[in-house]
Ligand binder design. Sequence first.
Ligand code: SF4
Length: 256
Amino acid sequence: MDETLRRQYLAAMGIQGWVSRRPEDPKGGTPPPADPLLEEARDAETQPIADGQSGDEVKLPVGSQEKTAALDWHALRRRVLSCTACDLCETRTQAVFGVGYEDADLLIVGEAPGADEDRQGEPFVGRAGQLLNAMLKAIGLRREQVYIANILKCRPPGNRDPRPEEALRCEPFLMRQIELISPRVMLSVGRISAQHLLKTDTPVGRLRGRIHQIGDSRIPLVVTYHPAYLLRSPEQKAKAWQDLLLVRATLREREA
Ligand code: SF4
C-alpha cells in the first residue's frame, strides 16, 4: 500500500505514528525489502499466549443449525425481521439483520445494535461505525467488501449487556449467516462477541493477538476491541491495529 495513503488511514484511526519493530540486520548490511505491516502482524501472531489456549477449536452449537438450516438469505432475513423469540422484540424499533457482501472473505461480528443501529436498521453506524470503517480502510478493505453482523439482532434497552438466554435464542441466525457466507476469516469485536463465540469468560485482552478457530470448518477468528471502546480508550488503538494486521495476514494466507 502507498505509504502516504497508509498514513492517512492510520491517522483516521487516530494512530499518528507507527514504527516498525523489524530487527536490525545483525551483520550490519542492508536488510532485505519487507512489508513492515506484515511483520507487525507476524509479531502479533507469535505473541506469548497468556492462558495456553492457542489453536482452540470452538464447535458451533449443536442443533443451532436445525431451525435455520434450510433458509437462504431472503428467508433468513424475513425470519429475523419478524422474530419474536425473546423479549427484545417488544422494545426494538426494528431488528438489525446485518449488512455487507454475502460472499465476503471477512465476517465481522459485534455485540448488539445500539440506539443508532436500532433506528437505522444497520449494524455499526454512528461514530463507532465510522471508526470501524477507518480500521477496515487501514488494511485495504471497504465496508462493502466485508459482512458485518451482531450476536444479537435486536437492541437491548439502555444498551445493557445481552442476557445469556437472549444470545442463545438469537444464536441460530448468526450461525446460519456464518454458514451462508463461509468467510475465510472472522473478526470478533468486543467482549460480548468474543466471549459468546468462544464460549469463555476470558477478557478480550487475553483473547486478542492470536488465531482461534470456529466450527467444523475451523474458520480462523481474531479478537479485537470494540470501536466504541477504542473511542473511549484511544491508547488501545495500537493493539487494535496489531489485530487488524493479523486479520490481513491471515486473509492473505488463506488466499494463497
Ligand atoms: Fe429474535 Fe434475536 Fe431479536 Fe430476540 S434478539 S427477538 S431472538 S432476532
